[in-house]
Each structure stands twice: as C-alpha cells, then as structure tokens.
Design a protein around this ligand. Structure first.
Ligand SMILES: NC(=O)c1ccc[n+]([C@@H]2O[C@H](COP(=O)([O-])OP(=O)(O)OC[C@H]3O[C@@H](n4cnc5c(N)ncnc54)[C@H](O)[C@@H]3O)[C@@H](O)[C@H]2O)c1
Length: 318
C-alpha cells in the first residue's frame, strides 16, 4: 500500500526511522521539522530521494502541504526526560507548545485533506502508575504541576484534542501510547538511560544510575515500534493503543546487560533520583495483539547489540 504521509518530527529518532520505513514500502514522505531536538544527519541520506521532501518549520505554525495527503503522523516533540539541552525539562515551553498548538496544527492539516492521523502519545500520560501493567483504560497518576508535567500534560492535552476530533468530525485518529524505545539514531547526548549507558560504557566511563536502580522499565527496539506504528496507522482502529515491549527490567539489570556487551565499561555509580521519576512502567499490549496481531520480536540483548554497533560507528569508537 503506497501513500503520501506527512511526518512532523521526521528528523528525530523515531521520525527518521519511520521516514525510512515509509520510503522502503514505496510511500512518499513530507518531513516537517525545525531541528529543535532532531538532527539533519538523521535524514541527510534521504534528501536525494525524490519521494522525500523536507520542510523546515515549526509544527505549531499552520502547516501547508499540497495535496494529496493520505496520512499525518505527528511525532514532533522533545521526548527525553533527562537533564540535557534537548530534554523536555530544558525546553518546557516548546514542549507544551508542540503538544498543544502543534497537535492542533497537525490535526487541522489532516482534517483539511481527509487524511488519517497518528499522534505520538506516551506512556508518560500514565504518570507514576498505581497499576501494572498499564492497559489503555487506566487514567493515570500524574502530578499536574511537577517538572515532568510540561511533557505529560501536553501529551494529555494532545490526546484530548485527538478524542475531540474523533467525536466532533468523525476523523480517523489513532493515539499511539509509546513506551520507552531505543535504537539507532537516538542522539548520543539525549539523556535517556539506554543511550547514557551505552555512550558511557563505550567511553570506558562509569554508568550513572539514578536512585538505587531497582525501578523498572520496559524497552522496545525501534524496528518493532515502527512496525507497530505502521500497523496501527494502516488499521481501522481509532483512539488509544499501547505500543511497547512488556519485558520488564530493572535499571541495574540494564546496566549489567550493557556492561556484558561492552568490554571495558566502568562500574555502576548512584545519583539522586529525579522528582516524580516513575518506579515502574510496563505496557499491557493485549489490544495491539488483538487488533493488529502485533507484538515486539527483538529481545533486549539483540536490540542493544544493534544499537551499540550504531553508536560505535557514530562516535567513531572501534
Ligand atoms: N523515544 C521514546 O522512547 C518515546 C516514548 C514515548 C513517546 N515518544 C514520542 O515520540 C515522538 C518522537 O520522539 P523521539 O524519541 O523521536 O524524539 P526526538 O527528539 O528524537 O524527535 C522529535 C523531533 O521533533 C522535532 N520537533 C520538536 N518540536 C518541533 C516543532 N515545534 N516543530 C517541528 N519539529 C519539532 C525535533 O527537532 C525532532 O526532530 C515524540 O512525540 C515523543 O513524545 C517517544
């Protein structure tokens, strides 16, 4: 099925992998990005492809793209919870803006063209969940004024906008609640735990663990996530759907796996846990299994191996 898709945030980690996957299946891609947190190097090699077009603009402003548009994927948003310059904690207003005005602008584009719409929401809308694993029916436990709220509440507002467009206009809108994803093209200084550990280990540094490392996360390899997003986009399903890998690992276990795969890595060192850091996050993916027949296939050691290979090349560490 070849179609023309607009991808906001197409130069980011997920967006650039998604753009590649769309091109591989014969689709045309219009990438909208202002490089707030994305990188031109993620898409440099796509610029020669006649089915790929880059429009450098803020997705919060009106987006004008010539017809036909069959699908709009709104992936633009800072996404890292760390303390780096590209984290949403460092970009609070930009994050609130792109989750609210940006989502509205992308929805208007899809509405105007009768296109289907996919919103990149997040497991963060569940906050610090009191229920595990989290099904789509869980309403979450979010601190609306904590530092992370700029991201969580922007995404919750984005979901509310999506739901209103389904109700008011009968639009074909999918809300992908994405859980922790990792893989090639995640920026090295991103600040998320997988990239932190790999980069520190490759440099022979100690691995920084926030808290005692007993908090758990589930990690989904990017190829699995992109396959799930495409299956959701191309399905008749509307509304929210969890996409992630339910395999649950403590941060200490993750550090151990990275140290096993990278000889010469340093020791785990412990720092204070950031405010509102969730203790546990694990998707219930029964709905994705029933509706899409989707489940992740790549086990964590295999995905880490592929990711480490990419970082070695990216950082020039042999
Ligand atoms: N990576 C994950 O584990 C994860 C988990 C849950 C949800 N998500 C969501 O998936 C989406 C992509 O995340 P990612 O990890 O690829 O992040 P990323 O930072 O690598 O990519 C985001 C892209 O959006 C662009 N962008 C940001 N604001 C913009 C704006 N106003 N106008 C135009 N472009 C803008 C950035 O420049 C970047 O290229 C985000 O919406 C994020 O919230 C990601």
């Amino acid at each position: 099925m070849a179609y023309r898709a607009v991808v906001t945030g197409g130069a980011g980690f997920i967006g650039s992998n998604m753009s590649r996957a769309l091109l591989e299946r014969g689709c045309s891609v219009v990438c909208i990005d202002n490089f707030l947190t994305g990188r031109r190097t993620n898409i440099d090699d796509l610029l020669d492809n006649e089915r790929f077009e880059l429009i450098v603009q803020d997705a919060c402003e009106p987006i004008e793209v010539k017809a036909p548009i069959d699908a709009v994927l709104h992936l633009a948003s800072p996404a890292s919870p760390g303390t780096s310059a590209v984290s949403y904690l460092s970009l609070p207003f930009e994050t609130l803006d792109v989750g609210s005005r940006g989502t509205w602008s992308a929805l208007r584009l899809a509405h105007g063209h009768g296109a289907r719409f996919l919103f990149a929401s997040t497991s963060e809308i569940y906050g610090d969940p009191v229920l595990s694993p989290q099904p789509e029916s869980y309403w979450g436990n979010v601190n609306s004024i904590g530092p992370r709220s700029v991201y969580d509440e922007a995404k919750r507002f984005g979901e509310a906008l999506c739901a209103a467009h389904i109700r008011e206009f009968g639009m074909d809108v999918k809300i992908a609640r994405i859980f922790n994803t990792y893989g090639p093209r995640m920026r090295p200084e991103d600040g998320r735990v997988v990239s932190n550990f790999i980069v520190q280990a490759l440099r022979g540094e100690d691995l920084t663990i926030y808290g005692d490392g007993s908090q758990t996360r589930s990690f989904c390899f990017i190829d699995d996530l992109v396959a799930g997003l495409l299956a959701l986009l191309e399905s008749p399903h509307t509304g929210p759907m969890n996409l992630g890998n339910p395999g649950e690992f403590t941060i200490l276990e993750l550090a151990g796996l990275v140290r096993d795969l990278i000889p010469g890595a340093g020791e785990p060192v412990f720092e204070t846990l950031p405010q509102d850091d969730p203790k546990q996050r694990r998707p219930d993916i029964a709905l994705a299994g029933e509706v899409l027949g989707w489940a992740p296939k790549v086990a964590l050691p295999e995905g880490l191996g592929k990711t480490i290979d990419w970082y070695r090349a990216e950082l020039g560490i042999g």
